[in-house]
Ligand binder design. Structure first.
Ligand code: SAH
Ligand code: SF4
Ligand code: F3S
Length: 482
């Protein structure tokens, strides 16, 4: 199989910018990233560490001396995708490139550890998410001994705070900034606390410095990241900085820098945080607020620490404090013991909240989690599929109805680049995180453009551009009906 063709299906991002030195001579590393935004951000840290040790980066796996897959373990199908890729790279190694070193990084490395080496003999390197500083040494070891090298040690301190990420797939406009790692929540279904370890927050100043550097480099939007980002908490000289304060301080760096964050847990979505959204024009009017389920008993079994009513009250509070705020969510269908009636509570919650968008999943049992140990994965696959389908159909209708209400409104769109379909069109997001496509004219990535919405699907808005603007200016006019 042609590696590159296969790759294009998975990855249509821009080519990394190689320095002249990297283009020649240096050992070349190809990184492929799966899973959440944290993994995208981690791959940028890995790139920085390897580049500092003389490795070059390549977008072409056929040119690579080292292939690294930064993996996800959240659901079984996420792991299957990676295994399929590993098969392809191993065949490539066997047939054409015996010197190729293949490494598994990230959450699958952490979850499977030695199993990847011993039972399956799939790879040369297994490196967990807190051990990336050790990568150059491990690569060296694999190289010199011809044996597989492993480090899956989790840390209570590591935040990679001092490492300037190499944003090799960047559009030059939007960037991720990782601010905390790990998760202490132990939701019953979730593997993340096992693969990412304990929660820890990155020093405030290192975050502010990185965001300021991004502004200097011309970036217009940062998304600050963490598995449970709004539980950020950093203590310095006896003073505690919590997430709302950090967000406020990031928003003060530049009035033209948009600030987003992901992913938040409802338990940590305080009024103080909502007031930061309200007060700061450049903190986006958007929160991704995973609810997971609409039934209180299921939420208790899931160990989510809130009831349906508490979640609905939070939504009500968010909409009162921040009028026009856009909300999205995550939903799991077919969790252990889910009855038909409990499933219908998820449907009714979706009807009630009317999220703009949702990521919807079928429950997938993960070995070692509380649910795997204590409950039976007893909803038959066919039933899970049907319930998920009902959830998707309902949410798609709601997203479409919400988007139709946007027709006629004017939004400020931050241009990210050409649209997927046509180089004559640009795409970018509204403050409320909706993707908008419109004709290019002479607008460029990084511009804020006022766009009147003229049409939509459930996933995309289409519009006509009215002219350039600034974020500060648009704060007083949006969203206007014209
Ligand atoms: N930290 C985030 C979520 C990280 S995982 C949060 O707490 O919201 C992203 C989403 O994957 C979760 O919100 C959940 O909806 C889904 N997910 C996690 N474990 C899953 C599992 N075992 N089966 C199906 N979906 C799962
Ligand atoms: Fe997983 Fe829950 Fe932590 Fe999110 S909050 S990462 S769902 S354990
Ligand atoms: Fe997947 Fe790990 Fe993220 S399991 S969703 S890559 S934290």
């Amino acid at each position: 199989m042609n590696l590159i063709q296969d790759l294009e299906i998975l990855d249509d991002l821009d080519a990394p910018k190689l320095t002249a030195e990297e283009a020649e001579g240096a050992r070349k590393v190809y990184i492929e990233t799966y899973g959440c935004q944290m993994n995208v951000s981690d791959s940028e840290i890995v790139a920085a560490i390897l580049r500092a040790h003389g490795y070059g980066l390549t977008r072409d796996p056929e040119q690579a001396d080292v292939v690294l897959l930064n993996t996800c373990a959240i659901r079984e199908n996420a792991e299957q995708k990676v295994r399929h890729r590993l098969d392809i790279f191993r065949a490539h190694k066997r047939k054409q490139r015996p010197g190729l070193r293949i490494g598994v990084l990230g959450c699958m490395a952490e979850r499977l550890r030695h199993k990847l080496l011993e039972e399956e003999q799939l790879v040369d390197l297994v490196v967990g998410p807190d051990a990336y500083r050790d990568l150059p040494r491990l690569l060296e070891e694999a190289e010199t001994t011809g044996q597989a090298a492993v480090n899956v040690q989790l840390s209570r301190e590591e935040t990679y705070a001092d490492i300037a990420p190499v944003r090799y797939d960047s559009n030059g406009v939007t960037a991720y900034v990782s601010i905390m790692r790990g998760c202490d929540n132990m939701c019953a279904f979730c593997v993340v606390p096992f693969t990412r370890g304990r929660e820890r927050s990155r020093p405030v100043q290192s975050i502010l410095d990185e965001c300021a550097r991004l502004v200097e480099e011309g970036y217009r939007e940062v998304t600050v990241l963490g598995q449970n980002v709004n539980s950020y908490r950093y203590t310095e000289n006896g003073t505690v900085v919590t997430f709302p304060e950090l967000l406020y301080r990031v928003s003060l760096i530049s009035p033209e820098l948009r600030v987003r964050y992901s992913t938040s847990h409802p338990k940590d979505c305080s009024d103080e945080l909502l007031h930061v959204h309200r007060e700061r024009h450049n903190v986006c009017n958007y929160i991704h607020l995973p609810v997971q389920h609409g039934n209180t008993d299921v939420l208790r079994r899931m160990r989510r620490t809130y009831t349906r009513e508490q979640y609905l009250a939070l939504v009500e509070r968010a909409r009162r404090i921040v009028p026009g705020i856009s909300l999205s969510t995550d939903i799991i269908a077919g969790f252990c013991g889910e009855t038909e009636e409990e499933h219908r509570d998820t449907l009714s919650l979706l009807e009630e909240v009317r999220f703009d968008h949702a990521y919807m999943f079928m429950y997938s049992e993960r070995p070692g989690t509380y649910a795997a140990r204590k409950y039976k994965d007893d909803v038959p696959l066919e039933v899970k599929k049907r319930r998920l389908q009902e959830i998707i159909e309902l949410q798609t209708r709601i997203s479409l109805e919400n988007n139709r209400k946007e027709i006629g409104r004017v939004h400020t769109v931050l241009v990210e680049g050409p649209s997927k379909r046509s180089p004559e069109q640009l795409c970018g997001r509204t403050d409320t995180n909706k993707m908008v496509v419109f004709d290019r004219h002479d607008f460029r990535p990084g511009d804020y453009v006022r766009v009147r919405i003229t049409d939509c699907t459930s996933a995309t808005l289409f519009g006509e551009p009215l002219g350039r603007t600034t974020l500060a200016e648009s704060a007083h006019t949006e969203p206007a009906l014209i």
